[in-house]
Design a protein around this ligand. Sequence first.
Ligand SMILES: [Zn+2]
Ligand SMILES: [Zn+2]
Length: 142
Amino acid sequence: MLQRQEQGLTAAEGAMPIPIDSRKKPATVKVHVTSGAGVDITWSDGHASHYDFAYLREECPCATCNDERIRKSAMASAGPASAAALPMFKPKARAQAATTVGNYAIQITFTDGHATGIFSYDHLRSICPCPDCAKAFRAAGG
Ligand SMILES: [Zn+2]
Ligand SMILES: [Zn+2]
């Protein structure tokens, strides 16, 4: 006797389909590696973003840089003096090479040898440094 048994469907974690959001879909992507001018992206909704390589180095989304940022902000909240007392000189990072990853991200190799940062267009749109986006994101925080 056949009995239909419901398979315990576990939600496929992390396998969410990528939403097609025109704001996060680039129409044109230009990575100016040789001139060092940075990255220019025009989005499907017409918005244009420009990113310096140094800025992208700062905003690198990889685990190492994430940890570093968390440590830094923990240090800063421990006391402003300790953070200010670190006169670390860092030369401005530039890109040595850049490749596209599938159709969803750019991978940048920086002149300081760091190459694990994969910048998804989703992430890039959310860190757009233009005044309009900065306003939009800060407004959300209250
Ligand atoms: Zn990184
Ligand atoms: Zn913007």
